[in-house]
Write a new protein. Sequence first.
Length: 127
Amino acid sequence: MPKKKILLIDDDQDFVDMLTDLMVANGYDVLVANSGEEGIAKCKENIPDLILLDIMLPQIDGFEVLYTLRNLHNIKAIPIIMVTGKTEMESFFQAKGFGATDYIMKPFHPEDLVALVTKHISPENPV
């Protein structure tokens, strides 16, 4: 069975490297985009099984990326987990309102993120 593909959209290179290592160690393939525009383009080119999306991005923020992705026919059902340092409940509700599947705040335990990813793209939860 082919590995599940995760698209990570984040502009913090150290964080990207850490998450990439974590996801690869747990058996996933990882695509990386360092901006919202690049993330949207990569989704259109190579549809992932799940998206990890930061809110604070250059040019267009994660909320706009989320809104855009949720309105693309072949991408709108893909699980999107917001991975962010924004801790206000307002951000959580805005993300959920735009269609985020889940939300995890930095800092977090790596096992917690792996559990969320597994929950949303396991064989029992096909995309």
